[in-house]
Design a protein around this ligand. Structure first.
Ligand SMILES: Cc1cc2nc3c(=O)[nH]c(=O)nc-3n(C[C@H](O)[C@H](O)[C@H](O)COP(=O)(O)OP(=O)(O)OC[C@H]3O[C@@H](n4cnc5c(N)ncnc54)[C@H](O)[C@@H]3O)c2cc1C
Length: 379
């Protein structure tokens, strides 16, 4: 069996100075932002807030200056993300574009698409969604059926995507399509296209989740025409490209900081003299501290240019486990104590309905464990 090492990583002093700066900004910008909204730190979207972050240079911090980035370190970016998520800031508008779409454009279309689009992402003005999953293709992405055909005018797309987070507020989608002929190997003949969400023939319909909220969508393509130069990377290389994109998608601290508001409410409500509270919450905080070390380690790997795919899968899997246990812990400790309509009761109710999705989005538990097992040489 091989080892999966995530080297410990400590934050240099400039990171702590930056943390103080971000905290001061958030204290002012979010002074009136209620706990009921902070609990939505994955889905809260506010384009004006995204623009404010862009003005401060806190979107695309590590990117080259020619794309609107600030050429700061991965660990500095980590600190900013950690503070935003812990505060429950409304980052969902720009989150996907910053976390993965821009990276793909800079790597695979550095001269054509990236200069055109990435600076607007860095300004917090351009939002993306991910068009991978389809009605019968989630874990098994190689079975997608949405197809793009090359014509003289451009690529013509027909098909359907589902669970597309934020499609209704996005300017662009990076869409995984089948471009090869049938009869080929399943993993071959897939490509990624940049799709302007305003293109005729593209329709976004809401899918309401079990919280009763509209965050993801169904997106249908009826003869959607996309210019030739919107092909990202190489035709037919979509499978490999998506693998790299998913590694970015799984690599951030949002994979264990999605229900932090519930933890904060529990800490506020805990009785310091009650050993039951102290032991249960002490265990949770210890788990968070461990996940944080692991997550910073993943950022360290990114900073060194290493492939974090397996380590990121491990953090995501363990982060989901810890977060999914939180509602039960809260119920056990505060079920009879939390006043109805209190911020704690609200955070408990919201988080209980939100957590089941944590081990689905961005790759299911079984799929991640398959990746980890492969990395360990077990399969
Ligand atoms: C909140 C949320 C947001 C999302 N946002 C997006 C988005 O923006 N864009 C997008 O493209 N998709 C998005 N998704 C979809 C998500 O990526 C898929 O739900 C996920 O990949 C699983 O696919 P599926 O739902 O089709 O389930 P399936 O793949 O059908 O899986 C069903 C069950 O079978 C298990 N399973 C499947 N294959 C295997 C296997 N080989 N071995 C063992 N077990 C297996 C799975 O682990 C799971 O438990 C989102 C999902 C959620 C919940």
């Amino acid at each position: 069996m091989q080892a999966l090492n995530i080297a410990p990583c400590s934050l240099p002093p400039e990171c702590e100075a930056l943390r103080a700066e971000v905290r001061a900004f958030l204290a002012e910008a979010m002074a009136d932002y209620p706990g009921a909204k902070r609990v939505r730190n994955w889905t809260g979207a506010d384009p004006a807030f995204s623009r404010k972050l862009g003005e401060r240079g806190w979107i695309g911090m590590t990117w080259p200056r020619r794309y609107g980035g600030r050429e700061r370190s991965a660990l500095e970016r980590y600190v900013v993300m950690e503070e935003l998520l812990s505060a429950g800031a409304p980052v969902a508008a720009h989150w996907i574009a910053e976390r993965q779409s821009a990276l793909l454009l800079m790597r695979l279309s550095p001269e054509v698409l990236a200069p055109r689009i990435v600076p607007a992402i860095a300004r917090g003005e351009c939002f993306f969604c991910i068009g991978m999953s389809e009605p019968d293709s989630g874990s098994d992405l190689a079975s997608i059926r949405t197809r793009a055909v090359r014509t003289d005018a451009g690529w013509v797309i027909n098909g359907r995507k589902v669970w597309t987070s934020g499609a209704h507020r996005s300017h662009y989608m990076i869409c995984l399509v089948r471009t090869g002929t049938s009869g080929e190997q399943r993993h071959a003949g897939m490509s990624q296209l940049l799709v302007d969400m305003k293109t005729p023939g593209l329709t976004v319909r809401p899918i309401v989740n079990q919280l009763g909220e509209h965050d993801f969508n169904e997106v249908t393509f009826d003869d959607v025409l996309v210019p030739h130069d919107c092909l990202i990377g190489a035709e037919g290389d979509g499978w490999n490209q998506v693998g790299a994109e998913l590694a970015f998608e799984r690599s951030g601290p949002e994979r264990y900081l999605s229900s932090s508001q519930l933890l904060l409410e529990m800490l506020d409500a805990a009785d310091p003299a009650n050993p039951r509270d102290a032991v249960a919450l002490g265990r949770v905080v210890a788990s968070y501290a461990t996940l944080r070390q692991m997550s910073m380690g993943v950022s360290g790997m990114l900073a060194r240019g290493e492939n974090p795919a397996q380590a990121a899968s491990l953090v995501k899997d363990q982060g989901a486990l810890v977060e999914q246990a939180m509602p039960d812990i809260a119920h056990d400790l505060f079920g009879g104590r939390a006043a109805p309509d209190s911020p704690l009761a609200h955070a408990m109710a919201y988080t209980a309905l939100a957590v089941p999705s944590f081990s689905l989005r961005g790759g299911t538990r079984e799929i991640l464990r398959g990746i980890i097992a492969k990395g360990l040489g077990l399969r």
